[in-house]
Design a protein around this ligand. Structure first.
Ligand SMILES: [Zn+2]
Length: 412
């Protein structure tokens, strides 16, 4: 088993070690990897993601460590960015951990302990899983619901623990002893000696991760989105520097929105509501105006066209109106009382056709539309009294010509 230096201190960022085993890259394993006698690199486990960093070889050459993982036999595998020359077994190496990345993980992970304990203390809601992502972290709480008041209260309590700057200690105890201690989180059953992380007088749980030395180093804990998941409720959160960066990003987005509305940040929701109301009203006014326009145009068209064989046939291709307006116009033409047939189109690309007749008329506009469209590769259909369809975009079909031809077949 690899000796894990991070077990005793998360502040070991530089260490000397010896290469025990080297696996060169192969078709099965794209990146070469090494196992060291001891390491301060943290492998992905328990929800916390791995460290990255460098190994400096005897020759002075620096090799990038891109990923660190636990092997099943208890050894820690360091995956390397393919170096020109691999170290050999028995060689001395110097390890350096990306300290900024490690600090971020310590802040998130210790913040999670405090937050999980706060949810237990206030609402007896246990944490069933923890996830650390690139941008934010989340815990899943075993609860079907979580109110915004509870979120605010848990966030407040967790930050109180941060401000009190309580020591965070590492303790090793036997499994038997833990029964008496009342741990928030028990470890997998197979281990005899347990590593406990204690946030003084607040939380005690078994954990193999890296943590800060005092709760003040968490910086701050900010709760964000919550959502229902299969096992309960997921709570997203960010700690320390991530909380500051996230707040900065939110502020920039909100400032930009406020500038667009020429208003203060806190007035943005009100402005959005006002603007949505205005757009709804304008849409309604536009719809009403189009309805009136279609009605007037339909009356004028009927007025202009003499009756033949007891009905009026109105043919109209709109070059500047969409299919919705064409449909409205066809409805107005055929619903005013005087028997009529409307053969209407929108010539915008893609062109659309609407055929209608006063209900109960002698034509079958559904069949007519199908016939006209199938001749030009279009599709559509409907009933005897109303049908609609279209031709493919970019087909350069003269829709007015198409309508004239259709009119010709029912005039005859
Ligand atoms: Zn932990």
């Amino acid at each position: 088993m690899t000796k894990r230096l991070y077990y005793d201190s998360s502040e070991i960022h530089e260490f000397d070690s010896v290469v025990e085993h080297v696996v060169p890259s192969s078709p099965e394993q794209a990146r070469p990897s090494v196992i060291l006698r001891e390491t301060a690199f943290y492998p992905t486990s328990g929800g916390q993601v791995h460290d990255t960093g460098w190994l400096t070889l005897d020759s002075g050459e620096r090799v990038r460590v891109t990923e660190v993982a636990d092997a099943e036999d208890g050894r820690v595998v360091h995956y390397l960015e393919a170096p020109p020359r691999l170290p050999v077994a028995g060689a001395a190496v110097h390890g350096s951990i990306d300290a900024e990345r490690r600090r971020d993980h310590m802040q998130q992970h210790t913040g999670q302990h405090v937050l999980s304990a706060a949810f237990v203390e206030l609402y007896q809601m246990p944490t069933v899983s923890f996830h650390m992502g690139e941008d934010y972290c989340s815990i899943d709480l075993a609860t079907a619901s979580l109110s915004s008041a509870q979120i605010v209260a848990a966030e407040k309590r967790a930050n109180e623990i941060v401000y009190e700057n309580r020591p965070v200690r590492i303790r090793y105890v036997s499994r038997a002893e833990t029964e008496k201690l009342g741990l928030r989180k028990l470890p997998p059953a197979e281990r005899d000696e347990l590593r406990l992380i204690e946030v003084a007088d607040f939380d005690l749980s078994a954990c193999g991760g890296t943590h800060v030395e005092a709760s003040g180093q968490i910086g701050s804990i900010l709760l964000r989105k919550t959502e229902k998941v299969r096992q309960g409720t997921r709570v997203e959160f960010v700690c320390g520097d991530r909380a500051v960066r996230m707040a900065r990003r939110d502020y920039s987005a909100l400032s930009e929105a406020a500038a667009l509305f020429s208003t203060q940040l806190w007035d943005v929701p009100g402005q959005i509501r006002k603007s949505a109301d205005e757009s709804r009203l304008l849409r309604k006014q536009k719809d009403d105006a189009l309805d009136q326009l279609a009605e007037l145009m339909a009356s004028a068209a009927l007025w202009d066209h003499p009756e033949t064989n007891g009905r009026r046939i109105i043919v109209r291709a709109f070059s500047d109106r969409d299919i919705t307006f064409a449909k409205l116009f066809a409805q107005k033409v055929t619903r005013v009382g005087t028997p009529a047939v409307a053969l209407v189109a929108s010539a915008l690309d893609p062109p659309g056709l609407v055929f209608a007749q006063t209900p109960g008329g002698s034509a079958d506009v559904g069949a007519l539309l199908k016939r006209v469209l199938s001749a030009v590769g279009g599709r559509g259909g409907g009933s005897r009294d109303f049908a609609q369809g279209g031709v493919p975009a970019g087909s350069k079909i003269n829709v007015e010509q198409l309508l004239r031809e259709a009119a010709g077949t029912i005039e005859a």
